[in-house]
Write a protein that binds this ligand. Structure first.
Ligand code: PLP
Length: 429
């Protein structure tokens, strides 16, 4: 059988591929420390489990847009957590936000602009549909944040006419960097986007995993007419395998809404019925769900700041984490010495770490970085989420007072991975 060029060039998603490799290595008894997969390890909240059990008999096809009571809950959730006003009519529920991003890229005309580094899937999705992609490079010294100037320059470079529609994919808190924008930065980016007729797909799936008391704000606050928010329950509620995501559309975009529903109805039909009913509970703004989210976020913060401190002390550059569960360190200052060891790219670096040091990471090149930029994505999720959450709740004060002891005792693979990364760095001669 002959395949299309786009299909032939597409590899399995790097994050899923590394996870499978780790599982295989573990199955044959190798002790791999897994910093490669960004899956939040916390358990399914009991009330969501109960709701899923109650709705296990729901077997009918549901409306493509998603059931109304769920969209009502999503609407209230966005008002409560982010002070954003979206009517249930402006919300689409889909089988994960990944597919909703894909459908948006399919529905919207215009070239796609992506800051680099960025999450792995955007570029591949766009390439599958032959959409032109332009990367906008960001740098470690500016915490990999996109500046309004960078955006302006990219628009001028790639698109001579301001009025031609463009798409910007912005993700914050960010996978792979763990960085986020503050409201003043978002306001400036919104102004450049508006000026250049740019639709912003704002991937805010890590919005509630924001650290150090900072609250997530959406660019939609400053550019409601041109922003589409995508999000879901995979990260802050640890429900990735449930496969449910949402897209929140601007109020006046009836045509886009219709088109999204049509694309969904011709491809995935509707999100799984029992999952939609269970998600009504997951979108509750009751204290049991909100405190679950904030406790999990506090654990993510504790672990991310612990890992950051350890690797920074070992002379590895890494922007301080602001949210999500990733760090994006780089070994560029060791490039000459690493080259003598045969390591000339982030891919070589990741390969050496898994082969010789038993640590799985992902190379920066998977996230749109240049091959010779020696950066890696580290996901801080390799621990028993139920145990760590319970221990954290038992004694939060002690956990924050002595994070080293807490991580060593209850997330030992995380501290062991830090030990190995440090040993590897010290071995560079
Ligand atoms: C930045 C980003 N966006 C979207 C997704 C996909 O989320 P979902 O499970 O809702 O498809 C992920 C998951 O890894 C992600 O990291």
């Amino acid at each position: 059988m002959r395949l299309s060029t786009e299909a032939k060039e597409l590899k399995p998603s790097a994050t899923l591929a590394i996870n499978e490799l780790v599982m295989k290595k573990r199955a044959i008894g190798q002790n791999i420390l897994h910093l490669g997969f960004g899956e939040s390890p916390f358990p399914v909240h009991l009330s969501v489990q109960e709701e899923l059990k109650k709705n296990v008999d729901k077997k009918s096809y549901l409306p493509t847009q998603g059931i109304y009571p769920l969209r009502e809950k999503v609407s209230a959730f966005y008002k409560y957590h982010f002070n954003l006003d979206y009517l249930p009519e402006q919300i689409i529920v889909g089988p994960g936000s990944k597919v909703l991003v894909f459908d948006l890229l399919l529905a919207l005309e215009g070239p796609l602009f992506i800051p680099a580094p960025s999450w792995v899937s955007y570029q591949h999705q766009a390439k599958l549909m032959k959409k032109p992609v332009h990367y906008i490079r960001t740098i470690a010294q500016q915490s990999y944040l996109l500046s309004p100037n960078d955006l302006e320059e990219a628009f001028q470079k790639y698109s001579q006419q301001k009025q031609i529609q463009k798409i910007l994919l912005l993700n914050y808190p960010n996978n792979p960097t763990g960085q986020s924008y503050d409201p003043s930065q978002l306001k400036e980016l919104a102004s450049v986007a508006r000026d250049h007729n740019t639709i912003v797909i704002s991937d805010e799936i890590y919005g509630l995993i924001r650290f150090h008391g900072n609250k997530h704000q959406s660019i939609a606050k400053f550019y409601s007419e041109g922003t589409i928010i995508t999000s879901g329950i995979s990260k802050d509620r640890s429900l990735g395998g449930f496969r449910l995501g949402v897209a929140l559309l601007p109020s006046l975009e009836q045509e886009l809404l219709k088109s999204m529903i049509s694309i969904g109805s011709e491809t995935w039909t509707a999100t799984s019925a029992p999952i939609q009913y269970a998600a009504i509970k997951a979108y509750d703004i009751s204290s049991e769900i909100t405190s679950f989210i904030s406790d999990c976020t506090a654990v993510h913060q504790l672990i991310a700041t612990y890992v950051h401190k350890r690797i920074e002390n070992a002379n590895i550059r890494c922007p301080f984490p602001q949210g999500a569960f990733y760090l994006f360190p780089d070994w560029n200052k060791y490039s000459k010495k690493l080259s003598k060891m045969g390591i000339n790219s982030s891919y070589d670096l990741a390969k050496t770490l898994i082969k010789k040091w038993n640590i799985a990471t992902l190379p920066g090149s998977e996230f749109g970085m240049l091959d010779n930029d020696l950066c890696l994505r580290i996901a801080n999720c390799d621990y028993d989420g139920s145990l760590v959450l319970n221990k954290f709740r038992e004694n939060q004060k002690q956990a924050f007072n002595d994070p080293e002891n807490f991580v060593k005792s209850f997330a030992p693979r995380i501290s062991a991975a830090c030990d190995q990364l440090i040993r590897f760095t010290e071995s560079i001669k």
